[in-house]
Design a protein around this ligand. Structure first.
Ligand code: AHR
Length: 513
């Protein structure tokens, strides 16, 4: 069948925040230890950072990385991970039943971010801890010097402030599994108070006092707000997933408590395949779209109760496919092992299609989704795998992410459906570059696609690449990249019309200049 669309430069959805191409490094399993960090590995530098992994992270096009958890952060004392390594305590990590050596912490992570060109996204512990630790941690990271915690950072060898802008206020605080989990009202109140003192520790006292008193009226803190470069961007925890019993009421009550002080509400989702069905599994893409629309509606309902034009943005700060490797406790040995392999999901071709489809959804919500992090970055449900002491390689889901991050920048444009079946499709414009991302879900049939680009003047096809495999269960291995992008040979631009024939079960990028 033939799908037809029309694209025009005036159909703007919004600016694509580069932070939608984020990822997540938790102290969990082998994500940090033997993932990004493995002193003594032949490819590790003098700091212990694996350069083979760092190269893959750069190729993946990751822009921001959330750290240090996840469930881990809800029992984490940030002080354990700074200062001389020999003085750092070994701790029980009750989130994952493991032993945390703390040889990697905040400053190591910041060094790694600097080396790989990544913006940090930190989470504070609002499980076992509260506003005191949160304000001290911001002082440690962001205050120039001359105070207790900023001086401590100097003493640890970091005279320059880290200047960390993006902070998550806890993690999955609605989850009964969460260390220090809370009701929505309890958490919302705590998020408000934590946000306040974190902003004040970040020297936002004078500018936020009026803003808070003014009930969030006027321009938002982000997106053109007068202080957007100065302010922290603070994300409150939304639901752990759309199936939580408390879902939707949770978002409403949390934002009802902390609306004035935060910028963002988070969403988490892990795509499952309970019916073991290809078609059912791909419906995860549609569910993500509905989930985002619902959270926008709830955030705007809270704004309406305040007669506020402030718009809370969304951060999908954990998302991925996760169902084959089960729950971490299924594989965990007793005795609090150190960095055991946990949820090392092996992704297949259909997982790559769902990840590609989800990226299309994020682009189509570019006006409200301002950050997103695939969970996680290395080994733990991750696009990059490593062997301890051995190689690093790409999983199937690496490819749609890398292509979207490379070409899906600038503005997201709305495609107008102009005939034939509607498909998963997104359009972007970055200077002279116009890019279409599309997914053919059909396992059996190729799909013809025509996009009218005549409003953009003369265009030449620059990139036409597909990700997919005739076997939806095909996986990558250490030596075989079975999902490496292939050229879509039936693609061309003629008379302002982009035509392509997308093979079955293929996600593709068609980019014109
Ligand atoms: O990414 C794995 C875990 O999934 C995270 O720690 C937690 O936030 C979520 O439940």
């Amino acid at each position: 069948s033939h799908s037809r669309y029309h694209l025009h430069s005036s159909f703007v959805i919004g600016e694509i925040d580069p932070r939608i191409y984020g990822s997540f490094v938790e102290h969990m399993g082998r994500c940090v230890y033997t993932g990004i960090y493995e002193p003594g590995h032949p490819q590790a530098d003098e700091k212990g950072f694996r350069q083979d992994v760092a190269e893959l992270v750069k190729e993946l096009g990751v822009t921001t990385v959330r750290y240090p958890g996840g469930n881990f952060v809800s029992g984490y004392n940030w002080e354990d991970g700074v200062g001389p390594v020999e003085d750092r305590p070994v701790r029980l990590d009750l989130a994952w039943g493991t032993r945390e050596p703390n040889t990697f912490g905040t400053n190591e992570f910041m060094d790694w971010c600097g080396q790989t060109g990544i913006e940090p996204m930190f989470a504070v512990n609002l499980g076992t801890r509260g506003i005191d630790a949160a304000r001290e941690f911001v002082e440690y990271c962001n205050h120039p010097g001359g105070t207790k915690f900023s001086n401590l950072r100097h003493a640890h060898g970091y005279p320059e402030p880290h200047n960390i802008k993006f902070w998550c206020l806890g993690n999955e605080m609605d989850g009964p599994w969460q260390i220090g989990g809370k009701t929505a009202r309890e958490y919302g109140r705590l998020a408000l108070q934590a946000a306040k003192v974190m902003r004040w520790a970040n020297d936002e006292l004078s500018i936020t006092r009026d803003y808070l008193a003014n009930m969030g009226q006027g321009e938002g803190l982000r997106d053109g707000g007068p202080f957007k470069d100065k302010f922290l961007t603070l994300a409150a925890c939304g639901s752990s997933n759309r199936e939580m019993d408390t879902y939707a009421r949770w978002e409403y009550q949390v934002l009802d408590e902390c609306f004035e002080a935060v910028d963002i509400i988070s969403l988490h989702t892990y795509f499952r395949n309970p019916e073991d069905s290809y078609d059912g599994f791909l419906k995860n893409i549609d569910n993500l779209d509905a989930y985002i629309s619902e959270v926008i509606a709830i955030a705007d309902a809270v704004a309406a109760t305040r007669r506020s034009d402030k718009r809370i943005m969304l951060s999908l700060d954990e998302w991925n496919v996760w169902y084959k490797s089960g729950h971490p406790v299924d594989t965990l040995d007793p005795g609090f092992p150190e960095h055991p392999p946990l949820i090392e999901e092996v992704f297949d071709a259909k997982d790559a299609l769902v990840v590609g489809g989800a990226l299309i959804v994020l682009l189509n919500h570019a006006d409200r989704v301002k950050a997103a992090c695939t969970a996680q970055l290395v080994n733990v449900i991750a696009p990059i795998m490593t062997k301890q002491g051995g190689a690093a390689w790409k999983q199937t889901i690496f490819h749609p992410f890398a292509l979207a991050s490379k070409y899906g920048r600038g503005q997201a444009l709305r495609l107008a459906h102009a005939g034939g079946d509607d498909i998963d499709i997104a359009g972007t414009r970055d200077g002279n570059r116009i890019t279409i991302f599309a997914l053919n879900r059909s396992l059996d049939n190729s799909r013809d696609l025509t996009v009218d680009l005549s409003g953009f003047g003369k265009m030449v096809l620059d990139v036409a690449q597909g990700v997919g495999n005739t076997d939806p269960d095909a996986v990558n291995t250490e030596t075989d990249d079975n999902l490496a992008p292939f050229e879509i040979d039936k693609a061309a631009v003629a008379d302002g019309q982009l035509h392509a024939t997308i093979p079955p079960a293929t996600w593709c990028v068609l980019s014109c200049l």
